[in-house]
Write a protein that binds this ligand. Structure first.
Ligand code: GP9
Ligand code: MN
Length: 724
């Protein structure tokens, strides 16, 4: 019997059968690449399920185009060509991922300015012989055709069937997308990271979707011109406030560390959690002491201003003094392309600061690996730089105590002065989940499990920061620091807040939007060792105001830059906090949609039901200011206007993102130390080339309890002895 008469060959010898044969081949290749080449961090069975099914719908859809072509030969050639394209895309991503731990975006493929290597270059450098595996099937198919084991099906193909196939592909795709949106709400809108889209929806879809998004953003960018800057400049000039002369430059030349407290709300400060026996547990004793220290300028009416971009929005607000987008994340949508005047770049050009970020999650989350290049960060230490295992990490990466501890081997080699950011993760939803050694801090007792665990993870974060401070003190460099500590956004969502109410001595029955708004306060502390004039400042302010404040303390006048915040320590700071959805808070009024509430005082939280004409006028004026601030921010970011605001205006040279790679960071740091010899200012060099790693001490929650118990015993013994 001839081979071609065997069942599979009979099937493959029909046009539809051949197409599905290709679909299956591509499916297998995709799954192999997903599992062997990409690091997709599969956390559970559902994610594995999505990964497994996601190539099917798109492959049927794309190859299905060839079914609309009547002439058999052309139809087969088109199918083969589409299959080749899909294979090349997969192969190129495998090669690219090897070097960049990320997927190819359309702007990378088109050789955009922000990418350190174009597709061609990457493919050649990163090619490995076993990648040929991706093309073996094409060779086999070619041979099968050539030896006539399979042949072209010349039967007429009905248009109806072509439509039916496309419709099936769309339905499958729709089902895939709906399930993915249920598993990860707002997946497409927020586009957390490229891995998420690939994990849930597949690589081909990712490329098309990314292409569509870049096309849309490019349209707006192309329409922009330097003329658009006039409006922006006018606004910034009018909005700028002069700094406080007594405080300008008080931290000049110091190292700057920003500690980003994940999901950390102001109500945690000084909070004591009670257990069933009415015993009280101070949740964040260390941060409380910093908040109240005379070395710290602290803010207790400071609000987060993020939207869907969450952490990335907070970072954007702090680094650029610009808002995130009304929907989605600015980092993922514009971060890899836009021009910024960010803190690391300003400090580098003004005073020669070195800059770095430490974060225990994947480098691609929120598109950080690309955005940080545009911000001018010299170094980025993400998950690959740390020793991570099941026990010391969770879905958002390395836990905080380990992050700080393991960062020292890099930190001590950074040239000083440096500007460094730590992005913590442990206090991220789902709270309170540790792996044994950290368990122990009491859980709250509400009916919401998320709320219950929040205090334990916040306590853990508090201890992690204390350990880091202890290290800085022991290593002798503490006095030369400014340490900025801030909460990025809420940790308990509005939906859950009524269940939190009782813990805050509030009534869950009467809980309303005003209460939700008040809970958007997050702490801000600017800790400057050696100062004694620190205090708790009650100015109503938001994350947009941090950058000018810090720069003024470091001795940089911000007048030339296009920043939308105002110095928090300026006597002329205008007290309006704009939320991204145009709601706002002033010391007198909290305006949420059409509702006006009294912000403070005896009537705090009261609804202003029939505002007088005078009140309405005031509110309208505020509203206009808020809308203007948000609109100017969008104008700058969506039209990428800072690219027109060059050196002659800002005094800043533009950044060349190609200079940054975030590879082999330690080697690079050590090379600089060697080159600089005795002029090297790294902590390691200053410490006579002796590492300071041994000065870092970290302990588990349980060890701290054992210590506390023995201290208690000792003091009791001392008391007894003195009584005797
Ligand atoms: C992820 C971490 C959390 O890397 O920063 O981000 P979030 O979910 O808070 O935006
Ligand atoms: Mn966050």
């Amino acid at each position: 019997m001839k081979v071609q008469n065997l069942f599979p060959f009979r099937l493959i010898n029909t046009k539809l059968g051949f197409m599905f044969f290709l679909v299956i081949l591509f499916w297998i290749k995709s799954i192999c690449a997903y599992l062997l080449n990409f690091d997709l961090n599969i956390e559970n069975k559902f994610q594995f399920f999505f990964l497994f099914i996601n190539p099917i719908a798109t492959t049927i859809f794309f190859l299905g185009f060839s079914l609309y072509i009547k002439r058999p030969l052309i139809s087969y050639l088109t199918m083969g060509f589409l299959y080749l394209l899909l294979t090349i895309l997969l192969f190129a991503n495998v090669s690219y991922y090897r070097e960049f731990s990320d997927f190819l975006t359309v702007s990378t493929i088109l050789g955009s300015k922000s990418v350190s290597a174009g597709l061609g270059e990457a493919a050649i450098n990163l090619f490995r012989p076993y990648d040929l595996f991706f093309f073996i099937d094409l060779i086999v198919i070619f041979i099968l055709f050539f030896t006539k084991k399979i042949h072209i099906d010349k039967q007429p193909f009905h248009l109806k069937v072509s439509f039916a196939i496309s419709a099936i592909a769309c339905m499958l795709f729709g089902a895939n997308l709906s399930f993915a949106e249920i598993a990860r709400p707002e997946l497409l809108k927020r586009m957390f990271s490229h891995d998420y889209i690939v994990k849930y929806m597949g690589l081909s879809f990712f490329t098309v979707y990314d292409g569509y998004r870049s096309f849309k953003t490019n349209q707006v960018r192309l329409e922009a011109s330097p003329k658009n800057l006039v409006k922006v400049k006018d606004y910034v000039d009018q909005h700028y406030t002069n700094y406080n002369h007594n405080l300008f430059g008080i931290a000049k030349g110091r190292n700057v560390i920003t500690i980003h407290l994940e999901s950390f709300q102001q109500f945690l400060i000084d909070y004591k959690l009670k257990n069933n026996q009415e015993q009280e547990y101070e949740v964040t004793p260390f941060l409380n002491s910093i908040f109240r220290s005379e070395n710290t300028f602290s803010f207790d009416n400071f609000f987060h201003q993020v939207a869907q971009g969450k952490t990335s929005d907070a970072e954007n607000l702090l680094e650029n003094s610009l808002f995130g987008l009304e929907s989605g994340s600015l980092f993922t949508q514009y971060g890899g392309e836009n021009t910024f005047q960010a803190a690391p770049n300003i400090l580098q050009q003004q005073f020669g600061y070195t800059s770095a970020v430490f974060h225990g999650n994947g480098g691609g989350f929120w598109n950080r690996n690309e955005t940080y290049k545009q911000l001018g960060y010299d170094y980025f230490f993400y998950d690959s730089y740390f020793k991570i295992n099941e026990k010391n990490s969770f879905q958002y990466g390395l836990h905080d105590k380990e992050l700080f501890k393991q960062s020292i081997r890099y930190l001590e080699h950074l040239q000083q002065p440096f500007y460094v950011k730590y992005i913590t993760v442990s206090n991220h939803f789902p709270y309170g989940k540790f792996h044994g050694e950290e368990d122990g801090f009491p859980f709250a007792d509400t009916k919401d499990h998320t709320i219950n665990g929040y205090f334990a993870t916040a306590h853990y974060l508090d201890t992690a920061i204390k350990e880091f401070f202890d290290y800085l003190k022991l290593s002798g460099i503490y006095d030369n620091f400014v340490i900025i500590i801030y909460g990025d956004h809420y940790g308990i969502s509005n939906k859950r807040n009524p269940d939190l109410a009782n813990l805050l001595d509030k009534d869950s029955e009467t809980w309303n939007d005003y209460d939700n708004a008040m809970l958007q306060r997050v702490p801000l502390m600017i800790h400057i060792p050696g100062r004694t004039d620190g205090y708790i400042n009650h100015t109503f302010s938001g994350e947009i105001d941090v950058l000018p404040t810090i720069l003024h303390l470091l001795g940089v006048d911000t007048k030339r830059y296009l920043q939308l915040g105002q110095d928090l320590l300026s006597p002329n700071k205008e007290q309006i906090v704009a939320f991204r959805n145009e709601n706002f808070i002033t010391p007198n009024y909290t305006v949420l949609g059409s509702k006006i509430y009294i912000t403070q005082g005896e009537q705090a939280g009261d609804l202003v039901e029939n505002p007088t004409a005078e009140t309405e006028k005031i509110i309208n004026q505020f509203q206009q200011k808020v809308n203007k601030q948000l609109a100017i921010s969008d104008l700058i970011t969506k039209k990428d206007l800072l690219r027109f605001y060059g050196k002659e205006k800002s005094g800043l040279l533009s950044i060349n993102p190609k200079k940054y790679s975030y590879k082999n960071e330690l080697d690079r740091l050590k090379k600089i130390e060697k080159q600089k010899k005795q002029n090297s200012t790294s902590l390691y060099s200053k410490n006579n080339k002796k590492s300071t790693i041994d000065l870092y001490h970290t302990k588990s929650y349980q060890d701290y309890q054992v210590d506390n118990d023995s201290k208690l015993q000792e003091s009791k013994a001392d008391d007894n002895a003195s009584e005797e």
